[in-house]
Write a new protein. Sequence first.
Lengths: 114, 115
Amino acid sequence: AQKITQTQPGMFVQEKEAVTLDCTYDTSDPSYGLFWYKQPSSGEMIFLIYQGSYDQQNATEGRYSLNFQKARKSANLVISASQLGDSAMYFCAMRADSNYKLTFGKGTLLTVNP
Amino acid sequence: DTAVSQTPKYLVTQMGNDKSIKCEQNLGHDTMYWYKQDSKKFLKIMFSYNNKELIINETVPNRFSPKSPDKAHLNLHINSLELGDSAVYFCASSQEFSGSSYEQYFGPGTRLTVT
């Protein structure tokens, strides 16, 4: 069984500062992928970043980076230089390579203050 | 160029009716999905098709029936709609092959309201 835990229902950050959104996961599969998605108030789901369980380096995509700590089973999303447009719901998700099922956490609502 | 599209975007209907939501992807992906997002924003997978074959069928009432006429389309038909079916339904697609990151790309969602 796969489980994703996001313990921060809401986070606030000042514009231009960095913010870390927490995500821990649980799986018995040795090979898996971790994902972050952004859902703005308009409702669409936007893929942000991916980390494979065997990747040696942390994934980065522009201002997004994934702080992957395999032993601790955590996959935190770091957003650098926050912008007002980063205000949205952020979902952590995972899937085992052995199946197609993407399991989501409950999400963190990020608010960027000017 | 819309990658994953869904129609309609909004659907308001009465209890007991039957309705369908259509999904199309032009990404050339071989796997498509239906997700339900409830009022608390929790996303849960319902179905998945790989090359027109059903591969995921979560615990979903059998009033929900997916249909995949080809690998670019996955439709969702719902019979005898109930109040609890009100939610946002997302279609998604991915390309499954060894070594890929198989990220899923989502459609814009269909907000279903049952009155």
